[in-house]
Design a protein around this ligand. Sequence first.
Ligand code: LLP
Length: 418
Amino acid sequence: MNPIRNTITQKLHFFGNTNPLELIQKYGSPLYVYNESILRERCRELKNLISYPHFSVNYSVKANGNISLLQIIREEGLNVDAMSPGEIFIEKKAGFLPEQILYISNNVSAEEMLYAIHEGVTISVDSLSQLELLGRIHPGGKVCIRLNSGIGAGHHEKVITGGEHTKFGINTEYLPETKKILEKYNLKLVGINQHIGSLFMEPEAYLEGVRSVLTVAEQFENLDFVDLGGGFGIPYNKYENESRLDLKKLGEELDKILYEWTRSYGKEILFKIEPGRYIVAECGVLLGTVHSIKQNAHTKYIGTDLGFNVLIRPTLYDAHHDIEIYRKSDVPSLCEEKVTIVGNICESGDIIAKDRQLPQIYENDILGVLDAGAYGYCMSSNYNNRLRPAEVLIQSNGNVSLIRRRDTLEDLLRNFEI
Ligand code: LLP
């Protein structure tokens, strides 16, 4: 195999004892490939973020719910958050205990709340009406509330979850009413959580969020925990040497804030964070195949099987993912050129990389979409009745194992009444 521009995965020995061509031949194209060592490394980095001793990293399972990855994450000593009964279900199957799960609910039914209660999982609610509902169905129970303390940040307006333009959280002006409802139903407020949004690369917005949630938290006595949220960013522009989030600086600043706050609060409570992307994005590469190349007006299109049914981030958020090229023959790329890489879905928005300057790409080349481990497979669909890809794991010993099979045509019939 001839790697055309793959220094990053090469440097990381990402594909272990195998290579993209072998993987595609064996498991089909497209294909999600995860690297166990990188996953473990990211878990460890965040577990060591701060020195404050009562600290839990709750992996945000929405980013990637593959059960084999969850088992690795559990082995690394992380806990989890859940956004739905389905996530609670999968997390328990992966071996997490109820006390290791926090259900961060948003606009859910009584049935969903009862499911979590029955499973022994603490629920965070994020509106007064949901707090009332929980009080009615579970008086005297434990509850966590999600605050919107006014700070928001994120890589795209669609993923900012704090501040004035979002559906999430209870605004601080409603704290008196919140307290009344807690009293009315004798609910025990065990924790407060917030999540300001997804993907920050500088510590400041997160720290500002932490300070403001703690200002609110100190108004409640005897909390067990405060969950500071996720959003830890990763550099998606690796070929342009984008810097990493400075975890050391973030950790030191956090430590200062947390130690000082607990001293004045008078109780060494537990602090949680809930990162999704940081844990799993970089351990995943999505492989696909080039099937056609054409010029339409001013644009050279590289036609692949990497439709937005497989990875929707570029279409939904204009997100950037670096692209690598792998080739079976040793025919070299003769030049670099600007191309637009598209998928096989019947929509013009089906673009995975727009106007990219890349070494010349040929038919049958394999493309690698980097940093595809977060919000990749989990946001994929059967749109156009396409089959969702398989997922494989490059184990720490370099061997590969299948961790989710590719859809079959029969899977498309599964829920029909015929
Ligand atoms: N906690 C809560 C309450 C959240 O809503 C989220 C993400 C997280 C934690 C984890 O955030 P992370 O650490 O992964 O940034 N699909 C989008 C991202 C959506 C994030 C939704 N909430 C994307 O592909 O960029």
